[in-house]
Design a protein around this ligand. Structure first.
Ligand code: CP
Ligand code: NVA
Length: 302
């Protein structure tokens, strides 16, 4: 395992398998003294329910503890150079989880820190989410190379990390976004290069019907991510036809399940009917954040 988990591109397929095996074990036996006495700093520049609480609970279950550092505590990138924050915290802590606006800030922290840095969401990536999501799928269909995911919505941080992890695990992912909201071209290319070696199939379209055709899992995320609030009105117009609802699911595979990283805006990216239906495995994904992050920390901090 590399020192850090920053994007999803930085974890090898064999380490993903190790994370899944350990997560499955930790899901059965919640409390294991794997990280006794370790202290993890949570530098959060944005709000969070799942990421913050699952890391705090995960640490507690493993015998470690977290120190939560709110935006006004650290003022990352404003009060002092990020390299100084990283060097000082490396002398106090055993790991840092960082949630930032700019992805470059997580990278800078990781580069300057001697300790593990885990990306808890940046504008470009959300690797802990993608690992928990693919673990959620893996629990149901262990042959990941036979699974198709359709991602409907914004070519954002969540999609970028899903591209990385699905590429590494040989899956099929078809993303449908409105024009102008495609995933980052370089990230898509990087994922496709990995896919060539693993047999994964990654495609992009602006046609939601084509993307969901035969899909085992349909995934969506908010239309306006944290930090994009000023664009909300325009995005509401541009994404109008990209809602995951029962009509769209008719084009998907039989028994198709619905995923979302949460928080959810019912009536926008997903209809309330679908979100609260038996097809939704959204809360399972949220729960698995806890088990998977424990496994990630156990491997990074061992
Ligand atoms: N999915 C997720 O990361 O949720 P939070 O923003 O609440 O942490
Ligand atoms: N794309 C969303 C994910 C939230 C977990 C955001 O960045 O706000």
């Amino acid at each position: 395992m590399n020192k850090d988990l920053i994007s999803g591109f930085d974890i090898e397929t064999t380490d993903i398998q190790k994370v899944f095996a350990r997560a499955a074990q930790l899901k059965k036996q919640k409390r294991q003294p794997l990280l006794t006495g370790k202290i993890i700093g949570l530098i959060f520049q944005k709000p969070s329910v799942r990421t913050r609480v699952s890391f705090e609970v995960a640490a507690e279950h493993l015998g470690a503890r977290c120190i939560y550092l709110a935006p006004e505590d650290v003022k990352l990138g404003q009060r002092e150079p990020i390299t100084d924050v990283a060097r000082v915290l490396s002398r106090y802590l055993d790991a840092i989880v960082a949630r930032t606006f700019k992805h470059a800030h997580v990278e800078e922290l990781a580069q300057a820190a001697d300790i593990a840095v885990i990306n808890g969401l940046s504008d470009l990536y959300h690797p802990c989410q993608a690992l928990a999501d693919i673990f959620t799928i893996y629990e149901r269909k262990s042959e990941l190379d036979k699974v198709k995911i359709a991602f409907i919505g914004d070519g954002n941080n969540v999609l970028h990390s899903l591209l990385a992890i699905t590429a590494k695990t040989g899956m099929t992912l078809s993303a449908a976004t409105p024009k102008g909201y495609e995933p980052d071209r370089n990230i898509f290319k990087a994922a496709q290069n990995i896919a060539k070696k693993t047999g994964a199939s990654l495609t992009h379209t602006n046609d939601i019907q084509a993307a969901v055709n035969g899909a085992d899992f349909v995934y969506t995320d908010v239309w306006t991510s944290m930090g994009q609030e000023k664009e909300r009105k325009k995005r509401m117009r541009d994404f109008k036809k990209f809602q995951v609802n029962s009509r769209l699911l008719k084009s998907a595979g039989k028994g198709c399940l619905v995923m979302h990283c949460m928080p959810v805006h019912r009536g926008e990216e997903i209809s309330a009917e679908v979100m609260d239906s038996k097809h939704s495995i959204v809360y399972e994904q949220a729960e698995n954040r806890l088990h998977v992050q424990k496994a990630v920390m156990a491997l990074l901090l061992k």
